[in-house]
Design a protein around this ligand. Structure first.
Ligand SMILES: C[S@@+](CC[C@H](N)C(=O)[O-])C[C@H]1O[C@@H](n2cnc3c(N)ncnc32)[C@H](O)[C@@H]1O
Length: 458
């Protein structure tokens, strides 16, 4: 691989790494590292090892993270949301925030959800993650991943960060900005990133990051945290961004992210700011790709612009038929699901389960005000894919499940109807104890309700 690296990239990295450069280049020529994070609501390490038939090798900086021998995206346990595929270094930014029970956190550049799914665990059921991505197409992949993961404390939106900052200044206890970057840390697994790299691309990314970082800071309350991360090594996009940010924002400081793990390297010292407190994750020093993480804290006594708006309307557009249709469905098909009445949000014919924490945002900016439960159709209620991901097999009245090697899986995942004797009902198709999707049994046949975009092509 190193033979194809741009000369200028190698020269620049030589300037940073000195005599470590050959080791770094050798690492880039090796195979990329694969990893996963366990969904702690759905699986344990032992259970997942049994399900996958392999030993999981711990990632020292992430208690739910493990190195695995290859990509496991096709495994049914992945379909059922028991784990999220993520290379180990990309686990660093969420861990830099750490456990924050009850916190209200904005994940500002969230798609496809690698950080969001972990943040949802770190804030717990009393907390909230507001996940945002400006790119509507990428937001769809965030939704797919959230549906599979099954978190009930996430709302989503699709705004540019400057617009969000204007709407909800200082509304968050913490924000994560996993910024778009030149992607040098992905060179080993993504040849397009190598082809698209140029010094001009690095400069362009740095300009954009400067704007995004300043906008992100406006969303955080005094004493709150901002995690800034990239998957690149370029000093202009990393340490320089932090140094300029600190110089321009005297009410912020950088906390030590590098001390979190012995395998993390310290950031390069620039512009007289303590940027050595930032962390660089180098592929030749640990089992993972490349990443940069900075943990920034706003001073406790920073002047507040205005008090955070903690309670906005949930935007319910009540249609009593929607609630009634949901209630009929819930009683018949998901008797094990406990949903507090006051957490239900209806938007015309759709109904959602909103997070227990108050959402500090006007409801009209939320693409999803919570977990989608389903939709009232004429004469029936159609359960959402997100509801399937939330449910365990023991929460529903009717389940279809087969051994992993059963040929009916290929049929179900391909969108086919499947003979299945039994009474007419909505059936949750489950693998490893958790919902993968819905089917409707009629006349002894399962009609397939797996969304088309999630079906495998023959
Ligand atoms: C590095 S990716 C995020 C990866 C994600 N955090 C994860 O862990 O799966 C950067 C994201 O920033 C988004 N983005 C770019 N400019 C943005 C802006 N002005 N506001 C919000 N999101 C933006 C991109 O669409 C892209 O999805």
């Amino acid at each position: 691989m190193s033979a194809h690296l741009p000369e200028e990239f190698v020269r620049r990295l030589g300037g940073v790494l000195g005599e470590e450069l050959p080791e770094f280049l050798a690492a880039l020529a090796a195979r990329p590292v694969h990893g996963l994070r366990i969904n702690t609501r759905k699986a344990t390490r032992d259970g997942l090892e049994r399900a996958l038939g392999l030993r999981l090798e711990p990632v020292s900086w992430c208690p739910t993270g493990f190195v695995v021998p290859g990509s496991l995206g096709a495994h049914l346990a992945h379909r059922a949301g028991l784990f999220y595929l993520q290379e180990p270094s990309a686990m660093g930014p969420a861990e830099a925030l750490g456990e924050q029970p009850g916190a209200v956190v904005a994940d500002l550049a969230a798609a496809p959800g690698g950080k969001t799914t972990r943040l949802a665990e770190l804030v717990g059921s009393d907390g909230l993650v507001a996940a945002n991505d400006v790119d509507g197409r990428r937001l769809r992949s965030l939704h797919d991943n959230l549906d599979r993961w099954g978190a009930d404390n996430v709302v989503t939106m699709s705004l540019s960060i400057d617009r969000l900052a204007a709407i909800a200044p200082e509304a968050f206890d913490a924000a994560v900005l996993d910024a778009p970057c030149s992607g040098e840390g992905l060179f080993r697994r993504d040849r397009d990133a190598v082809r698209e790299w140029s010094p001009a691309a690095v400069r362009g990314a740095a300009r954009r990051q400067a704007r995004l970082l300043a906008d992100a800071a406006r969303l955080v309350r005094p004493d709150g945290l901002l995690i800034y991360s990239t998957c690149t090594f370029a000093v202009e996009e990393n340490e320089e961004r932090v140094a300029v940010f600190l110089a321009e924002h005297p009410d912020w400081e950088v906390e030590d992210a590098a001390a979190a793990d012995p395998a993390f390297a310290r950031g390069v010292d620039v512009a007289g700011q303590p940027t050595e407190r930032t962390a660089l994750l180098w592929p030749h020093r640990l089992r993972g790709e490349g990443h940069f993480v900075a943990r920034l804290r706003r001073h406790r006594d920073a002047p507040g612009r205005r008090p955070a708006r903690r309670r906005a309307s949930d935007g319910t557009r009540r249609d009593p038929r929607t609630r009634a249709a949901w209630e009929t469905f819930r009683r018949a098909h998901t008797p094990g699901l406990r949903v507090p009445e006051d957490l239900l949000v209806t938007r015309d014919d759709r109904i959602y389960l909103r997070p227990a924490a108050d959402v500090p945002l006007p409801s009209d900016v939320l693409v999803r005000p919570g977990v989608s439960l389903g939709r009232a159709r004429p004469g029936r209620f159609e359960p959402a894919q997100a509801l399937a991901g939330l449910l365990a097999a023991d929460a529903v009245s009717s389940v279809a499940t087969w051994p992993d090697e059963d040929p009916r899986w290929a049929e179900y995942l391909g969108g086919a109807e499947i003979p299945d004797p039994g009474p007419d009902a909505w059936v949750l198709v489950c693998a490893h104890g958790w919902g993968i999707g819905w089917a409707r049994r009629r006349g002894g046949v399962l009609k397939n309700f797996l969304p088309r975009a999630l079906r495998t092509r023959a």
